[in-house]
Design a protein around this ligand. Structure first.
Ligand code: FES
Length: 489
């Protein structure tokens, strides 16, 4: 009996990135069938992997017993009804497998009886000697193979056990027609899990009132975990339509749902609160805002918002990722002609109210591309680039990501964060470039380091003049024009 696993689950079981797995498939070192990997093939391709069937169970036990309080434990576990539905499904699988094994066992004992019967028919004489010998060989072969564990059986058992525990703790979601994939973990709804994974599904209120998060279930099972006021028509229900903000995935599901582009998200107005202000130096501060619990800001990584408070306002790129739920991070440099920056450096403090409008702009990631990416940030242009990088990390699709940060007077004010990314990710490199009057030489040297620039996507943020210079240099070095994306401030 073959056992197949989807690629997304293999990446988790083996602990390597999806890109590394794709490379193995392209290079012929891992065979797949219909986007799935067969168990024996997985064991062959990763002979050194440690298949620890208790790891997930221990993780849950540790959460429960040590570090966290009851509330966090409950959050890490799936919803009770979802959990019981997953256990029921696992029980059904177990029952089907056991029934099959019992049937095989029955067939083997029939075979044994049949061999006895044929032996008796042959009698003890010379005539049936060859047949008796053949039957004896068959019986010995069956007994030996039933008595011995085949090579790799222990590993296979541990791997299947780990995969099964993973299936209890999470469900895999595929969105059609876009092809986005993500996992639903803990007691998240499908919408919450998608946003956490950087997939910008269509939605509005996120609490069951507007119906904008409607999706159609194509395969698998979902369960309503929050009541909703929005009323689905009977024909919608009959065709499998449900609200993603109110349902969790019971098992691996395929859904038909819309994914938003930059122009699909309507302008929103909300009153956020200042969480904190981090002044990195006299020129640069980072403002952390918290959106209200009932109205998180819907935006795509790389977009901008207008902030207003106490009569001052300004338009700024968002530096946080949509996956950060209610948290909004803005980088603001102190400029004499920017009244809001004056307010920020002049005493805006925690708990103050800030009006937020937006999002604006089309500087967003092409989020189904697996091409390698070069990010170029000039000074505070790091803000939208940071948002894009975090989004790209959540999607885990890009072959590689290289960040070049060309400093201005404010310096590399989040240098440690960039170094931490480079330390944590195999496919991320960070190159800080000191402030210079000759940026064109720096840009030429960056572009010159990529002889295969035609394979890359480049995302750049800076002043209009900086971007114009960078675009010329990159295009001269072979970057196709359509692979250049830029945002100016
Ligand atoms: S987002 Fe409004 S009903 Fe789901």
């Amino acid at each position: 009996m073959s056992h197949y696993l989807p690629l997304s689950r293999v990446t988790r079981l083996v602990g390597i990135s999806r890109h590394a797995l794709q490379e193995m498939i392209r290079g012929g070192t891992l065979d797949t069938f219909d986007g799935m990997v067969e168990l024996d093939e997985l064991l062959r391709a990763f002979p050194a992997a440690k298949w620890d069937d208790d790891a997930e169970y221990r993780r849950v036990t540790e959460i429960k017993e040590k570090a966290f309080g009851k509330r966090v434990f409950e959050r890490a576990m799936p919803d009770k009804e979802v959990l019981s539905a997953r256990l029921i499904e696992l029980g059904r699988e177990y029952a089907a497998t056991k029934a099959l094994l019992m049937h095989y066992s029955q067939v083997l004992s029939w075979l044994d009886e049949k061999i006895d019967e044929i032996e008796e028919e042959q009698g003890p004489g010379e005539q049936g000697k060859e047949t008796r010998h053949a039957l004896h060989t068959v019986r010995a072969f069956i007994a030996r193979n039933l008595g011995e564990m085949p090579p790799g059986a222990v590993q296979a058992r541990a791997l299947i056990a780990q995969e099964r525990i993973m299936k209890i703790m999470s469900a895999h979601v595929t969105i059609q027609p876009s092809g986005h994939e993500f996992f639903v973990e803990s007691n998240d709804t499908i919408l919450e899990a998608a946003l956490r994974a950087g997939v910008s599904l269509n939605y509005g209120c996120s609490n069951g009132n507007c119906g904008e998060c409607r999706a159609r279930l194509m395969s698998g099972e979902v369960k309503k975990v929050h009541a909703h006021d929005y009323v689905l028509s009977q024909s919608e229900k009959d065709s499998g339509v449900f609200l993603m903000c109110c349902c969790a995935a019971v098992n691996d599901v395929v859904l038909e749902a819309g994914v938003a582009g930059a122009n699909d998200i309507q302008e929103q107005h909300l009153a956020a609160k200042v969480k904190s202000v981090e002044e990195f130096n006299s020129r640069l501060a980072v403002l952390h805002l918290q959106a209200p619990r009932s109205q998180r800001l819907r935006f795509l990584a790389g977009q901008a918002i207008r902030l207003s408070a106490q009569g001052a306002s300004g338009l700024y790129a968002i530096a946080s990722c949509p996956c950060e739920e209610r948290h909004i991070e803005i980088h603001i440099s102190h400029q004499p002609d920017d009244a809001f920056s004056g307010l920020l450096f002049g005493g805006l403090k925690a708990h103050d109210s800030v009006e937020v409008e937006g999002p604006y702009g089309e500087f967003v990631l092409e989020d189904v591309s697996a091409r390698p990416i070069i990010f170029v940030a000039f000074g505070i242009g790091f803000a939208p680039i940071k948002s894009l990088i975090q989004h790209a990390m959540s999607l885990d699709l890009a072959e590689s990501m290289d960040l070049h940060w060309l400093a201005d007077e404010a310096g590399h004010y989040q240098n440690n964060l960039c170094r931490a990314w480079a330390d944590a990710l195999d496919n991320f490199t960070y190159v800080p470039h000191a402030q210079t009057a000759d940026a064109e030489t720096v840009l030429a040297s960056i572009a010159g380091d990529y002889p295969d620039l035609h394979r890359y996507d480049v995302y750049a943020a800076g002043t209009a003049a900086q971007l114009q210079a960078a675009r010329s240099v990159f295009l001269e070095h072979g970057l196709p024009e359509q692979r250049w994306s830029a945002s100016s401030y």
